[in-house]
Design a protein around this ligand. Sequence first.
Ligand code: UTP
Length: 315
Amino acid sequence: MVTSSPDSGNGNGNPVRTVIVPAAGMGTRFLPATKTVPKELLPVVDTPGIEMIAEEAASAGASRLAIVTAPSKDGVLGHFDPRPDLEQTLAERGKDKIAAKVRRATEVIRVESVVQNKPLGLGHAVLVAEPLLDDDEDCVAVMLPDDLVLPMGVMDRMREVRERFGGSVLCALEIPHEEVFNYGVFDIEPAGGEGAKGEDSPADVKRVRGMVEKPDPEDAPSNYVAVGRYLLDRAIFDALRRIPRGKGGEYQLTDAIELLIQEGHPVHVVVHDGFRHDLGNPGGFIRACVDFGLRHPDYGAGLRAYMEERLEQDQ
Ligand code: UTP
């Protein structure tokens, strides 16, 4: 089903044409809000996380956002539909700037969607999006809408790494060792193999030997943790069809990536020089709101003054 279709075809040889955005999860950690409001529509200041992802996908050169939704989450697609009535009322009242903000989601990228009938896991969500791809697409990007990876633009580097090393490319952040127990942790070696140097082994690229989910810090193979950006070879769909249900009874994307690694498929990570906001849980979401709020031209100064005053009261 096509929900909006501005013509943003890339036609420029960019190999990442489609970005899959899995948005069919239950948002359990955000209940009761997510009983009726999809997690992906919760606003960071005034813009839903999924609109930020649409901007990121468009600036990475993609021409199609393939949103995976649940039967109960129509609002996610509605956000990308035009609202001429609202725009007209705003225009009549001289609120052109706000009307432009309303229109933005409909212009940024072409949106298509597919329904995941049951929340059977991230791997399953990616698999149900396969029919949206064109036959000649040999890779696909996946961006998780509850993960803001900042500064934006890591997919450009991931694309270069796929051109250089082939296979699939994931995104990693280096974090303090004692915090790794919350994340998927990469077991890595230098790109190009031990002893490789220069062009053959860029400092921000590592080859992945495997992944460990939420390890005790003493068992963690590295300080490099996975964040929600993937550039996957089309072979991922075949791997997703072959994996059994994993952790939590769900089909896990990381299990399919592990299977590819075992079969000799090259998988690398780009170590992103930046940070991430995890919008998927209230604690991470509040931080993102504070961060974006402090940097906002209208609200930043007032928020800063309020926070300073408020923190003083707690001393
Ligand atoms: P999360 O695990 O962060 O989302 O999945 P969730 O399942 O909604 O969260 P909790 O654990 O219940 O609080 C990462 C992304 O994958 C999507 C989610 O919507 C989220 O954007 N997802 C997850 C699916 O599309 N389908 C699934 O079956 C699971």
